[in-house]
Design a protein around this ligand. Structure first.
Ligand code: UGA
Length: 434
């Protein structure tokens, strides 16, 4: 099939590359000229494992192309996928300006009938709204059919999640259009659920808000485990064995971040407010998440007293491993809390330092290795669970530090690893300190 994707962010680029990989002819359009030029040469604007390999392979096979021209990019499209960003607006809801612009661009340049698929995360009713924008502007005699097809990929495993998805959701009021989009995904052999447009839009938000709530729930259980002297990892394992609960997403930590959960929970809450249902549980999910981001600092104050003039090494800056994305990363909050107290913070991240500098700036210092960050530190915070930190030579790390104290926000170390470091004072999440 001939497919055009609008937007080359995480979702658009991953979708475009994977659809080319399963044999479709894909053109990706983006207004950013530099990004498109790099992509044409096989250079990805984001760090995502496996992406560049598939990018190069499919460009070489002439199944994948990139352009800034809507006229050129839309010329042959049977299916047009909108995958532009829907960032958080000033009022907490989703900012639809990019998607509105995408609709105007399609309407202006489309010269044949096509199916328009919205993959961006959009509040309930947006497909109808975008259809209206399109229909008001499309050339005479041109018709489009709308399909809502939300995306569930995770950053850091975008290729895997797209190719081995748990499910594909296709929401449409047109049976024929839904069938065609279903056929586009057939080579993936993934279960497809056909729904109405509004149900498809809701599935995306309901899923993300549920996962965020699951995280806030296990974080509260972790805090309680610490108070009562239980081990949250055993508790989560025991809970997760129940198939109705499931083992995934029960890792406690210092709060969820990223470009999706924080904004999607708020956007769903806004939708609930608009429609007059009081979804107060989501408010708690948000409050717990904000509280959790203070946890390492709170523990450090309990142990070390005033942090003014103390040196803290911070390992990890990105919101999760295998990505350089700093959006809503807990490290931002932690860096600000510490710097406000006059703490000297030296941070290290394997990939995200450049992005972190843009967001956090010079209120903290940046190191080129974990050992450099740890040099002379009064304590060390583990903020992101990169493999590099899980596998690190702890003895060598502790030797660098002034005090061998670790506050681990991601429970990186098992008992075996800890046993090898007798001097270490270790504070995990939801488990007794060692
Ligand atoms: C999330 C969803 O998992 C995807 O299904 C969805 O498609 C995506 O949002 C989106 O809407 O685009 P992502 O934000 O890439 O994906 O990352 P996750 O792996 O879900 O992690 C989100 C946050 O939750 C991270 O900060 C992570 O550290 C935290 N988390 C995750 C926990 O604290 N505990 C867990 O057990 C799992």
């Amino acid at each position: 099939m001939k497919i055009t994707v609008l937007g080359t962010g995480y979702v658009g680029l991953s979708t475009g590359v994977c659809l080319a990989e399963i044999g479709h002819h894909v053109v990706c359009i983006d207004i950013d000229q530099r990004k498109i030029k790099n992509l044409q040469e096989g250079i990805s604007p984001i760090y995502e494992p496996g992406l560049e390999e598939l990018l190069t392979k499919n460009i070489g096979a002439e199944r994948l192309d990139f352009t800034t021209s809507h006229l050129e990019g839309l010329k042959a499209a049977e299916i047009i996928i909108i995958a532009v960003g829907t960032p958080q607006g000033d009022d907490g809801g989703a900012d639809l300006s990019y998607i509105e612009q995408a609709a105007r661009d399609i309407a202006e340049h489309l010269n044949h009938n096509a199916i328009v698929v919205i993959k961006s995360t959009v509040p309930v009713g947006t497909n109808d709204y975008i259809k209206k924008i399109l229909e008001e502007r499309l050339k005479k005699d041109i018709t489009i059919k709308m399909v809502s097809n939300p995306e569930f990929l995770r950053q850091g495993s975008a290729m895997h999640d797209t190719i081995h998805a748990d499910r594909i959701i296709i929401g449409s009021d047109h049976e024929e259009a839904a069938k065609k989009v279903g056929e586009m995904y057939l080579p993936l052999h993934v279960p497809i659920l056909f729904t109405t447009i509004r149900s498809a839009e809701m599935i995306k938000y309901a899923s993300n808000a549920f996962l965020a709530t699951k995280i806030s729930y296990i974080n509260e259980i972790a805090n309680l485990c610490e108070a009562v002297g239980a081990d949250v990892q055993d508790v989560a394992k025991g809970m997760g064995k129940d198939k109705r609960i499931g083992e995934a997403f029960l890792n406690p930590g210092i709060g969820y971040g990223g470009s999706c959960f924080p904004k999607d929970v708020k956007a769903l809450l806004k939708t609930a407010n608009i429609y007059g249902t009081n979804f107060s549980m989501l408010k708690e999910t948000i409050i717990i998440n904000e509280k959790q981001q203070h946890l390492l600092v709170k523990k450090a104050i309990n142990r070390l007293g005033d942090l003014k003039g103390k040196k803290i090494a911070m390992l990890g800056l990105s919101f999760k491993p295998e990505t350089d994305d700093m959006r809503e990363a807990p490290s931002i909050k932690i860096a600000h809390l510490l710097s406000q107290m006059g703490t000297d913070v030296v941070a290290y991240d394997p990939i995200a330092t450049n992005n972190a500098k843009k967001v956090i700036g010079n209120i903290i210092r940046y190191a080129n290795s974990a050992f450099e960050a740890a040099d002379g530190a009064d304590a060390l915070f583990i903020v992101t669970e990169w493999d590099e930190f899980k596998q690190i030579d702890l003895t060598r790390l502790l030797q660098k530090m002034k005090e061998p104290i670790i506050f681990d926000g991601r429970n990186c170390y098992g008992i075996e690893k800890l046993k090898s470091c007798e001097t270490l004072e270790y504070y995990p999440i939801g488990k007794p300190a060692v």
